[in-house]
Ligand binder design. Structure first.
Ligand code: ZN
Length: 618
């Protein structure tokens, strides 16, 4: 009994032990297998995410990194996807934008993007917006949250921090502009800067574009007018210009206006504001500030002048400077144009005098040179009359005033009449050694004088005549050979006048408009035959008699009054000496030194042929 009991006990003990061991074994096997059943969802999720994004399963190391954190929620689906797509391993794959969209859809939602979704995101991502916007958008959907719940992960989200992502439509527009203008994709940083500029100071899209077009990068591309018009249309209106628009804008650019003007033109169109409204962007407002942009027609005129007569496209500075001065009245338009002509470049461009005349008439009037004066200009130019002087003469015409009026410039405005005006006159010359000194004395003050020349001295001293004309002095008639006119017949008087006049015209291309009878002597016959006003004098310096500079100086300074005509002779060194002293003195005293014709004009006196004038006081 005891023996069998012990056996039974041992048997029971063995059975119990066996079952206990079995239980332990089973539990040893079953505990982990129960655990993995609960957690392989996460494991699978990690593996799937890795294979979608990196094309491989997660390594042990990956698991060690992500598993516990995802499990306890310190990492989220978004933070893992974000980190994986930012990894160098992912970047190295060099996926296309389309593939990126797909990767994000599959990793975040477990399926591919539908057609519309893909198109939408492709447009944004290839337009300069970052994928953060896409991740953030999906992260906000219920579908994503459900997907995460099924995979036992916390969904998470990303914060949008970049400017370019905050205003996707604006980014798209700006990136497109950059591409149209330069042909390159903008960098993310550039986009951020631009968007912050656009949103920061209320500037519109047109202002942004303009700033871009003024950048060195754009300038250095060196586009010609045609391409410039092309890219401006593409960037502002997202289309190519029609042939008509292209022609119109190339013409605008050839006027010499700035890009401000061009951009402003398009910015003011309904098409552009509609386009901006569609994107929720301000179209912008360009404030034209450069003189060349504020006076379109005048700018075009001056630009054409530069192009035709100086042979180069006027620079912005040249245009702004010139137009500013002309409009402020600081410089006469004629003076500005003369300066262009004086450039060596211009001399080279217009090799012959006919080239020059043709160009001037074309620019001024759109015609070939015409009118009586042309012959004179040709003759004068051939003998050394300067182009700028001829231009000055041409621009004294009524037609020129009309032209300027069209351009918004008043040239025929009331001439400011100086308070004290006198005319210095010199008879019996020219005589180059003396005449030159007189002209030298006048020049610094832009003072004018009248030279009553003797016809037979015109050719021997031609350089003095040319110089006097170029200095805006007047060449007047003092007979052919200094004959006393009261002693000869009417016909002979006319002949004396004509011979002298022809000599002057054939040299300088100008006609003598006034005459002075020799010795101041005239009669009815003389008066009837001179064909010009007879200019006598009111102050006689008697320089020929005394040959003393001081005497001449005293006569002038003691007697000169407004409207006086002062008689001298450009034959004597003493006269030259006196003039050198007296010109600055007269200027100092407030006199303006003018020619006879100018004096008459200032005084409103219509000089009559055959009339004698001793002074011109008005
Ligand atoms: Zn004389």
């Amino acid at each position: 009994m005891r023996k069998s009991t012990r056996r039974t006990c041992r048997f029971i003990f063995r059975v119990v032990t066996f079952f206990m061991c079995l239980a332990v074994l089973v539990s040893l096997i079953q505990v982990p297998s129960l655990a993995s059943k609960k957690e392989d969802v996460l494991e699978n999720y990690i593996d799937r995410t890795f294979s979608v994004i990196l094309g491989r399963t997660a390594s042990n190391e990956d698991f060690r990194l992500w598993y516990p954190n995802l499990k306890k929620g310190s990492a989220t689906a978004v933070s893992m996807i974000d980190q994986l797509t930012e990894s160098s391993e992912y970047q190295a794959k060099g996926l296309s934008t389309e593939q990126t969209v797909d990767v994000l859809y599959r990793s975040m939602l477990g399926h591919e993007a539908d057609f519309e979704g893909r198109e939408y995101w492709l447009r944004l991502l290839s337009g300069g917006v970052s994928k953060t916007v896409l991740v953030h958008t999906i992260a906000g959907t219920d579908e994503f949250k459900t997907f995460c719940a099924n995979n036992t992960v916390k969904p998470g989200d990303v914060t949008i921090t970049e400017e370019r992502d905050m205003n996707p439509e604006m980014t798209l527009a700006v990136a497109k502009m950059c591409k149209s203008l330069t042909g390159r994709e903008p960098q993310a940083e550039e986009l951020n800067t631009w968007i912050s500029q656009l949103t920061g100071n209320q500037a519109g899209l047109a202002n942004f574009l303009l700033r871009f077009m003024k950048s060195d990068e754009f300038t250095n591309l060196g586009y010609d007018r045609e391409i410039t018009v092309q890219v401006v249309f593409e960037s502002m209106l997202e289309r190519t210009p029609t042939e008509q628009e292209k022609a119109e804008f190339i013409d605008i650019l050839s006027h010499g206006v700035s890009m401000d003007f061009v951009v402003d033109r398009i910015a003011k169109t309904q098409e552009f504001s509609d386009l901006c409204a569609g994107k929720g962007i301000l179209p912008g407002n360009i404030e034209l500030s450069e003189p060349r942009d504020m006076h379109y027609e005048l700018t075009g005129f001056i630009a054409r002048f530069y192009e035709k007569l100086a042979g180069h496209v006027a620079t912005a500075d040249e245009l702004n400077d010139g137009i500013g001065k002309v409009l402020s009245g600081e410089v006469k338009v004629t003076k500005m144009l003369s300066e262009v002509l004086e450039s060596p470049e211009s001399q080279e461009t217009l090799a012959s005098n006919d080239d020059f005349l043709n160009a001037v008439y074309e620019v001024l009037y759109g015609t070939a040179p015409e009118g009586e004066a042309i012959e004179g200009y040709r003759i004068g130019l051939e003998h050394g009359i300067t182009r700028s002087h001829v231009l000055e003469e041409i621009t004294k015409s009524e037609a020129f005033s009309e032209k300027m009026k069209e351009l918004g410039i008043e040239t025929s405005e009331e001439k400011q009449v100086p308070e004290k005006i006198i005319a210095l006159t010199f008879d019996d010359g020219p005589y180059t050694p003396v005449t030159t000194r007189i002209l030298d004395a006048l020049k610094p003050y832009d003072a004018h004088a009248t030279f009553f020349v003797v016809g037979n001295r015109v050719n021997p001293y031609s350089e003095s005549i040319i110089r006097a004309v170029n200095q805006n002095c007047e060449i007047a008639n003092h007979t052919w050979n200094h004959t006393t006119l009261t002693r000869i017949s009417g016909d002979a008087v006319a002949q004396q006048m004509n011979d002298c006049d022809n000599a002057v015209f054939n040299l300088a291309g100008v006609h003598t408009r006034v005459m002075r009878p020799v010795g101041g002597s005239y009669s009815g016959t003389v008066s009837a035959n001179v064909g010009r006003p007879m200019i006598i004098w009111s102050v006689d310096t008697n320089d020929w008699k005394y040959r003393n500079a001081q005497h001449v100086i005293d006569e002038i300074l003691n007697n000169a009054r407004d409207g006086d005509i002062i008689l001298m002779h450009d034959l004597y060194e003493t006269t030259a000496e006196a003039v050198e002293y007296v010109v600055p003195k007269l200027i100092e005293k407030g006199f303006t030194l003018v020619t006879i014709s100018e004096l008459a004009e200032y005084k409103g006196i219509d000089l009559q042929a055959g009339e004698a004038y001793f002074s011109l006081r008005g």
